[in-house]
Ligand binder design. Structure first.
Ligand code: AMP
Length: 507
């Protein structure tokens, strides 16, 4: 197995890694670091939790260590762009941790905090600037930062930039870069617009891809429930009361929707906090802190706000609204089932969202099983059974109110009924149940690598090799296994959450 010292990293970095307690590089790290050290551009397909931050931070710091020079006034040598403030803060924390025995200068430029202080921090020039694209463009327009000394640009979670509406800002940053520079581009998925962006930034990039490996215990159990839009609040309250929830993130499409859900849950005596772009940075941090510390078990979030939230122990993800960007589904459900835990992802689908569901299923190449709920507001599965033509089933579920007609997910044989449960016969007074979700693994591509990576029998655990590498479908979701991110300080907050590792003290 490769070690960090075999990768050729400089001594102060190796010392910092030992201090962090990292024993060996993760697959994305051992694949990516040699390319970046050689100065190659890099296209990395990897989700958060695979160790990708260190995959770019370590070779960047190595470059800075071997090529020490003082940046000019207002200049930065490395610019790291992140789609959200929270993620930007976490990236900076990682850089600081890995550079703890170096004299690297760093700054953070994110929205939601006064721009003046950030401009002052940039005045003498910095080695590493971690930023959200909108704020860094503001600073550039004010003349507070220059891009002409950039040696390395990192675009992290590029696909999320699409949703946050940063693609234009990024194009404009790329256009201002010096001709000679290194580009590192990370994305979990590669929709066309993102592939175009990668093409603009990168020149003959090396490409690495890691897909987390499925392990039986780590599966995310997915299910979908069909209902009218107006019934979602009632069904949600019921789901949250009946499921064994440690922590749940409920996703809504809009900020107002998130607030409405929180109010509705309050009416059902379920405490929840909303986190979205209309909240101040302070409110977002407080909500996150409550969620991390378990004071509030339910966080209602929009996609954008949820990006970069890295909390372990999320037992449930509920898609109150289905995302209209199918890639978001992958990101959303990846919030649960982390760090070896099992996770449950329940999606609500109204009549208007059927196309969104179809797009998601196409992307993940998997049918999301119908959840077995007997809640009177849920409807039968309107989808045609596999192999059945669409038209034949077009009327299914339409106009049906689900009362007494719930098929409990049996259509198409996605999964067995719960023992003793008769399809189509909800029992009065019974709580909605989601038992028997998706017991079978998703279909895997039959490649040699996929076979190599297939889940092992329980008798052959492989505890150390988290996030193994293989080339396969980008969107394989049979179960995802992630490294858990240590709780890090939120951007601009000096407080660290409880449970902070002694190896990683507040900086
Ligand atoms: P990331 O995918 O960059 O969000 O990293 C996820 C978590 O894995 C972070 O908390 C890192 O501190 C941790 N991590 C990254 N690389 C390693 C490694 N080689 N060994 C152990 N933990 C790691």
């Amino acid at each position: 197995m490769t070690t960090f010292s075999e990768l050729g990293l400089a001594e102060p970095i190796l010392k910092a890694l030992a201090h962090e307690g990292y024993e060996a590089p993760t697959p994305i790290q051992s694949q990516a670091i040699p390319h970046v050290l050689r100065g190659k551009d890099l296209l990395g397909i990897a989700q958060t939790g695979t160790g990708k931050t260190a995959a770019f931070a370590l070779p960047i710091l190595n470059h800075l260590e071997l090529n020490k020079r003082k940046p000019g006034r207002r200049a930065c040598r490395v610019l790291v762009l992140s789609p959200t403030r929270e993620l930007a803060g976490q990236i900076l924390d990682s850089f600081r941790a890995y550079a703890r025995f170096m004299k690297t200068t760093m700054a953070l430029a994110i929205g939601g905090v006064p721009v003046g202080r950030q401009a002052r921090a940039l005045m003498p020039g910095v080695d590493v600037l971690v930023a959200t694209p909108g704020r860094v463009i503001d600073l550039y327009d004010q003349g507070a930062v220059k891009f002409d000394e950039i040696e390395i640009l990192v675009l992290d979670e590029a696909d999320r930039m699409l949703e946050v509406g940063f693609v234009h800002a990024i194009r404009s940053i790329i256009a201002k870069l010096p001709a000679v520079r290194q580009g590192l581009f990370f994305s979990a998925t590669m929709p066309k617009e993102i592939a175009d962006l990668a093409e603009r930034l990168l020149r003959e990039p090396a490409s690495v891809e890691v897909t987390p490996v499925a392990k039986t215990a780590d599966r995310i159990e997915q299910s979908v429930l069909f209902m009218d839009q107006g019934a979602k609040g009632r069904v949600l309250a019921d789901v949250l009361k009946s499921e064994p929830i440690d922590r749940a993130i409920v996703f809504t499409r809009t900020k107002h929707g998130a607030d409405r859900v929180v109010r509705g849950l309050a009416g059902a005596e379920i405490a929840a906090e909303a986190i979205h772009g209309n909240k101040s940075q302070g409110q977002r941090e407080r909500a996150l802190q409550s969620f991390r510390q378990g004071r509030v078990k339910i966080l209602v979030a929009t996609d954008i706000a949820a990006r970069g939230i890295d909390v372990d122990g999320v037992s449930h993800v509920v898609n109150y609204d289905l995302p209209n960007v199918p890639e978001s589904y992958v990101h959303r459900i990846g919030r649960t089932g982390r760090a070896g835990a099992s996770g449950i992802a329940i999606s609500f689908c109204s009549g208007d969202e059927r196309d969104d569901l179809k797009a998601i299923e196409k992307l993940i190449r998997q049918r999301v099983p119908h959840g077995a709920s007997s809640h009177p507001d849920t409807k039968p599965d309107p989808r045609p059974a596999p192999g059945e033509p669409e038209a034949a089933a077009a009327g299914n579920g339409r106009g049906g109110n689900g009362r007494g007609g719930n098929r409990n997910g049996q259509r198409g044989g996605n999964r067995p009924a719960r023992e003793g449960q008769r399809p189509g016969a909800p029992r009065s007074g019974e709580r909605p149940s989601f038992a028997g979700r998706n017991p079978a693994p998703a279909p895997r591509p039959e490649t040699a690598e996929a076979k190599h990576a297939a889940p092992r029998p329980a008798s052959q655990p492989r505890p150390a090799q988290r996030g193994d590498v293989r080339r396969t479908s980008e969107h394989e979701l049979a179960g995802v296994q992630f490294l858990s991110r240590k709780p890090t300080r939120d951007a601009n907050s000096s407080a660290r959450p409880a449970g902070n590792s002694p190896r990683n003290p507040a900086r």
